[in-house]
Design a protein around this ligand. Structure first.
Ligand code: UD1
Ligand code: BG6
Ligand code: NA
Length: 365
């Protein structure tokens, strides 16, 4: 089943041009979005006071990546809940809420318990899952199957990018009655159609990421700074590195750098800064300047053609990625970080598909 690949994680990373295609198949129609599973519930969702995203691990990060564009395209406030924390707090969930549960397996215990809790509180419960027939799919009022194909590697990769794409389609569908955002929606729809091609393009960084991994093999820690649309990319990139390569790694808000993390910066600690083009670009440029003035060891992810704009004297290692619609950039930006985590794991001699202490589906609390 791995075909020409050594590991499922590697296969699933390289499959993304295809999995993204199957996720969108039959759902982008006549310049609009058609989600069969939501048709009857769109009106209720539009009237809701709040959207609450609920998940664990990578699925939570995917929802975080979607938060900004869901707010932008729907005008509905979005709050984020890690499933276990919602339960610990018994946080408020109301009848007027739309609770969106994101889970690759559809069987994660904390997510299902949070679903029971939201159902008891009378919220409309929507599922986003890769698994037809899963408990999540059955118990939610409605939902969307991400159709990414079976994912076997414990570290989620292709499900993450397909989840973000499904949430983009969800936001487009909810907002489709708004005239003022129509040009924006059209641009995103055309960006979605071009994503598989851009995913193929970014996968060509494979050997470059292997080389970068070999330069990081003995590091004790890796920081990843992101902001805006790509704060989630920082969290998810760091999660990949810690869960499979067993290296301490943390994703951080670049905007919080001065409030603590800056104290860690020296010549040795590798720091990835995500600085692809969007409304936050000039702020990221100044973050880079501040890190360089403290002799930080930087690896900068930027849009193609921006190497000299982010690293003026060529002193930093640069990862150039294709530019897509700003809100879809997280789908592209995570791919080099998945490749990096994969190669780092292999080079460090750890089990890629079955990392120490972890399970693909956590069905106990
Ligand atoms: C459905 C079919 C698909 C077919 C297409 C043709 C299924 C599983 N899907 O896809 O094979 O090609 O119509 O039009 O038969 N749901 C939940 N919770 C979830 C996920 C989904 O309740 O977490 C529900 C949906 O509300 C919907 C059903 O499951 O009623 C199927 O969802 P989905 O597969 O996303 O619908 P379509 O894309 O229309
Ligand atoms: C486990 C997996 O921790 O569950 C992660 O190892 C995954 O990869 C998390 O992100 C949540 O799983 P699911 O199936 O609910 O998306
Ligand atoms: Na259902």
């Amino acid at each position: 089943k791995k075909g020409s690949y050594d590991h499922f994680m590697q296969k699933e990373i390289h499959e993304q041009p295809h999995s993204l295609t199957t996720t969108m198949r039959g759902r982008l129609k006549d310049g609009g979005v058609l989600l069969g599973g939501l048709k009857e519930h769109l009106k209720t969702i539009r009237r809701s006071r709040r959207v609450v995203f609920i998940g664990c691990g990578t699925s939570y990060n995917a929802a975080l990546a979607a938060r900004t564009f869901v707010e932008e395209l729907t005008g509905i406030p979005v709050t984020m809940e890690v499933a276990s924390d919602l339960l610990d707090r018994q946080g408020p969930i109301y009848r007027e809420d739309t609770a969106v549960f994101v889970s690759q397996s559809g069987e994660t215990a904390d997510t299902l318990l949070a679903l029971d809790y939201a159902l008891e509180n009378g919220a409309l419960c929507v599922g986003i899952t890769n698994t037809v027939g899963s408990t999540l799919s059955r118990r939610t009022h409605c939902g969307i199957h991400i159709n990414a194909g079976c994912e076997i590697g414990v570290a989620s990769t292709k499900a993450y990018t397909s989840q973000i794409v499904v949430m983009a389609m969800l936001a487009l569908a909810i907002g489709s009655d708004q005239i003022s955002t129509q040009p924006r929606r059209e641009a995103i729809i055309s960006g979605l159609s071009s994503l598989p091609g851009h995913a193929s393009e970014v996968l060509k960084l494979d050997s470059e990421m292997k080389e970068l991994a070999s330069s990081l093999i003995d590091s004790e820690s890796l920081l990843v700074f992101g902001r805006g649309y790509n704060y989630a990319t920082a969290l998810e990139g760091a999660l990949k590195v810690k869960e499979v390569a067993l290296m301490h790694s943390e994703g951080m808000f670049a905007g919080e750098m001065k409030h603590g993390p800056l104290a860690l910066v020296d010549e040795n600690l590798p720091i990835i800064v995500i600085a692809t083009r969007d409304a936050c670009f000039s702020k990221q440029q100044s973050v880079i300047q501040q890190l360089l003035s403290r002799k930080g060891r930087l690896i900068i992810m930027c849009s193609k053609g921006d190497a000299s704009a982010v690293s003026p004297n060529g002193s930093c290692r640069v990862i150039e990625v294709p530019q897509v619609a700003d809100c879809l950039q997280p789908v592209i930006n995570i791919i080099p970080l998945q490749l990096l985590a994969y190669h780092l794991t292999v080079l460090r001699g750890f089990d890629v598909d079955q990392p120490r202490n972890l399970a693909k589906s956590v069905t106990t609390q």
